[in-house]
Design a protein around this ligand. Structure first.
Ligand code: OSB
Ligand code: MG
Length: 369
């Protein structure tokens, strides 16, 4: 593949509902879409799932923009790329910046699949024709609002409910939710808000029959997560701690988690995601696809990766309409009864609505070979 042109679009999309986690509230998503074009005029698309501030991990949109424009795009334009996997070697000289790298990796995978006339899911080795999804519910000031959300999303058929927790919004909330809904598949996500001094709190959570506790402690602290996992029955699932195959391998070896949340952005792209998937299959570690409040482009990539057989638990890829008045792809992603169909047309399998993208674009640049 000879890449002729790379376009970056800085997007500002207003969310339908603000989303609150232990690290803050998101009202708008300010992120980057990447379009790569080959010499035959075919386009591939990827999403850089940063936010405007480095609250979730260290990357943020303006930094990733610079990374993409100044360092990553020129590397891709330099010479022919036979396969998206070739990016791994090329990108190695620049450290981390996984969300930026992943955006180009996704775009190249989409383009590669389109040029071969196969779906992205198939190109990645996906076998499922549909994927199961749950929903991630933000922290609410008022627990009644959370209960209302749970009621609605359960009626919609989502396969499991994840609720965000933070210190002061944890056990009491869980007690209320479990009293109201004793049997729903339920999990919590702390986004790194606790430390080992909170051990007793996590021991108490064992009472609530949770599927898992996602990222209770600081990102990267595999040692303390292993200590915590030895003390509690509820499986720990790692999100922010897993940036690579090596992180996943070490986490499994140390016993820091029993489940892994895969985010294509966080691990630097689809090639690395497939590698981690193989590891989890071999080690019998249940895997599911996380979410970053993506637009349709990122959402489409999530559906494709989740079609691999080792994604055995419902992911966070809810319907486009949960996040947006109007998404940037056609058709939008729709979860029916907690199930999303995996498209079988070439590439991501959703049509990119350029007009809709441009209506949210606050900055753009074209980088040519
Ligand atoms: O920790 O999984 C997370 C959203 C933004 C940043 C981090 C996380 C999340 C979510 C929402 O939980 C997942 C989604 O609905 O896309
Ligand atoms: Mg998480």
């Amino acid at each position: 593949m000879k890449i002729k042109e790379i376009n970056l679009y800085k997007i500002n999309m207003q969310m339908k509902h603000p989303f609150t986690t232990s690290f803050g509230t998101e009202y708008d998503r300010i992120f980057i879409l990447v379009e790569v074009k080959n010499d035959e005029g075919l386009s591939g698309w990827g999403e850089c799932v940063t936010s405007d501030r480095p609250l979730y991990i260290e990357e943020f949109t303006d930094a990733s923009w610079l990374m993409l424009e100044k360092y990553l795009a020129p590397l891709v334009l330099q010479d022919d790329i036979n396969h998206p996997e070739d990016l791994q070697d090329k990108f190695k000289i620049y450290k981390r910046n996984h969300l930026a790298k992943a955006a180009i990796d996704e775009a190249l995978w989409d383009l590669y699949a389109k040029s071969k006339g196969v779906s992205l899911a198939k190109a990645l080795g996906g076998e499922k024709s549909s994927v199961e999804v749950g929903i991630s519910l933000g922290i609410e000031d008022n627990v009644d609002d959370l209960l209302t959300n749970i009621q609605k999303k359960t009626e919609d058929g989502y396969k499991r409910i994840k609720i965000k927790i933070k210190p002061g919004k944890d056990l009491e909330v869980l007690e209320t939710v479990r009293n109201e809904y004793p049997d729903i598949p339920l999990m919590v996500d702390a986004n790194s808000a606790y430390n080992l001094e909170d051990l007793n709190l996590f021991k108490e959570m064992d009472r609530y029959n949770l599927m898992m506790i996602e990222q209770p402690l600081t990102a990267g602290d595999l040692h303390d997560h292993a200590k915590l996992q030895r003390e509690i029955k509820t499986p720990i699932c790692l999100d922010e701690s897993i940036h690579s195959y090596e992180n996943a391998k070490q986490a499994i070896e140390l016993g820091s988690c029993k489940i892994i949340n895969m985010k294509v952005g966080r691990v630097g792209g689809l090639t690395e995601a497939v590698k981690i998937h193989q590891l989890c299959e071999k080690e019998n570690i249940p895997l599911w696809c996380g979410g970053m409040l993506e637009s349709g482009i990122g959402r489409a990539h999530n559906v494709a990766i989740a079609s691999l057989a080792g994604f055995t638990l419902p992911g966070d890829t809810a319907s486009s309409s949960r996040y947006w008045e109007k998404d940037v792809i056609k058709p939008e992603v729709v979860a029916r009864n907690g199930t999303v169909t995996v498209p079988d047309s070439p590439g991501i399998g959703f049509q990119v609505n350029k007009e809709e993208i441009l209506s949210h674009t606050v900055d753009s640049t074209k980088i040519c070979s």
